[in-house]
Design a protein around this ligand. Structure first.
Ligand SMILES: [Zn+2]
Length: 445
């Protein structure tokens, strides 16, 4: 494994004290940060990155996405959620092939590396293809094969049985860069008995769960009408929350739900871009954080975002909360960057990542600050949070491997990926398509 020396760099450590270091050196060996400041004399670096006027920080962790939905980018915009699903998304997926998922995931991987994401939690179909892409791209990922439990015709793949095989096949692969969990779609789309079965299987295999929770008010009202409890309480009753859980959205939750989320140590993922675009609402992030819940950020899929840019997601997360609460003090810059990095790493099962410190995994990104919009440098942290753009990222390193060097991807053939993805996405939407399953709650038009 390559030894890397980053020279003369400024550092946002995001350690406990929030230390910011100026003009220092970082030594990387065996996939980890070996030293900061004093470089060991025996380092003998294979690669030296001259990084004066650059800033290094922990890479982003995207804690909820559907990477291969890059194929549906721009395919379903400006629609209410029920029509978005029933007329566009769950229709296009009837024509989806495993090859489509492979190229959709390649396209996503290229985009994620370019925008500084080092790890992501994916929830989709044909996940063996995604795992192969992750292995080749050099990223970290926690992968779930999405299942519904409503009969074979509603699944893409063989359903729970195939997802259990997938989980075992890929757990810990790529030197631990790949983790697997179970992916029941949601409390509104999965039958109660099926969720109990998933919880039992999670116990059997000792794996976590990634699920959508309480995205719209009608889901809360539907759950109360059907089961007499909120979606969060319902998931607790089915045993889902007894396992490490990534719960995407959690918008319509009660104070009692928050207590459950805290007690069960559920990881809540806010996806502000998607929440705003689909008119979903606001996850009570400050309240959850005050209770000690681990809150992370996700882009959700590119069919609802429409990109995978975590820097933008972080900025929207803080702006959305400030505006919603009419309080500019809420969710300050450093805290928000922690949500986008270390909280995400923890949520998806890479708890050592998200801090620049000796001994930690070398999962980091470097911003080129030789830009008019990044001067002056009163605060490096503020410039990244409120002014930087993802193309300012020059280098991305994951587990000590350089995935982007001076803006050039090292592990992926970007030209071929863009060509194949474009061609195959067009082919997909030209097929005869039918609705795979229906979202039944639906707001009235
Ligand atoms: Zn989602």
């Amino acid at each position: 494994m390559a030894k890397i020396l980053i020279k003369d760099v400024d550092v946002l450590t995001l350690n406990e004290n929030g230390d910011v270091l100026r003009r220092t050196d970082i030594a990387i060996a065996e996939g980890r940060i070996q030293a900061i400041g004093t470089v060991p004399p025996d380092l003998d670096a294979d690669e030296t990155i001259e990084a004066s006027d650059h800033v290094v920080m922990p890479g982003f962790f995207n804690a909820h996405t559907h990477a291969a939905m890059t194929f549906e980018r721009g395919w379903a915009d400006d629609l209410p959620f029920d029509r978005w699903l029933n007329e566009r998304i769950w229709v296009a997926e009837s024509a989806l092939t495993s090859e489509d998922v492979r190229w959709g995931a390649y396209l996503a991987a290229a985009e994620m590396i370019r925008s500084g994401t080092v790890g992501f939690a994916d929830h989709y179909f044909y996940m063996d293809e995604v795992a192969q892409v992750v292995e080749e791209a050099g990223l970290r990922a926690t992968l779930a094969w999405c299942v519904f439990g409503k009969g074979a015709e509603t699944e893409i793949g063989r359903g729970l049985e195939e997802s259990l095989e997938f989980v075992q096949r890929w757990q810990g692969a790529a030197n631990g860069r790949i983790r697997t969990v179970l992916g029941p779609h949601s409390p509104y789309a999965c039958p109660p008995e099926f969720l109990s079965t998933v919880a039992e299987q999670a116990a059997e295999l000792d794996v976590g769960i990634h699920i959508h929770v309480s995205e719209f008010r009608d889901q809360l009202e539907g759950s109360l009408a059907k089961y007499g409890v909120t979606p969060v309480k319902f998931l607790e009753q089915r045993g889902i929350l007894d396992h490490p859980t990534i719960a995407a959205h959690c918008i319509y939750i009660t104070p009692e739900d928050m207590e459950i989320l805290q007690a069960k140590e559920v990881n809540v993922v806010q996806c502000p871009n998607t929440h705003m675009k689909l008119g979903m609402g606001v996850t009570p992030v400050p309240e959850l954080l005050a209770r000690g819940v681990n809150v992370a950020l996700g882009t959700d899929g590119p069919a609802s975002n429409n990109d995978l840019d975590m820097l933008e997601e972080a900025r929207l997360a803080t702006l959305m909360q400030k505006n919603y609460h009419l309080d500019p003090v809420i969710l300050p810059a450093e805290l928000t960057l922690r949500l986008a990095t270390q909280n995400g790493a923890r949520a998806i099962g890479f708890p050592e990542s998200g801090v620049i410190a000796p001994g930690r995994p070398a999962d980091l990104i470097i911003f080129d600050f030789r830009r008019p919009h990044l001067r002056p440098r009163h605060s490096l942290l503020s410039n990244i949070m409120y002014a930087a753009k993802s193309p300012d990222i020059s280098h991305v390193i994951v587990a000590g491997q350089v995935l982007m060097r001076q803006g050039k991807l090292t592990t992926l053939d970007e030209e071929r990926i863009m060509y194949e993805a474009e061609r195959r996405a067009w082919r997909m939407v030209k097929q005869d398509m039918h609705i795979v399953r229906a979202y039944e709650l639906g707001r009235k038009q």
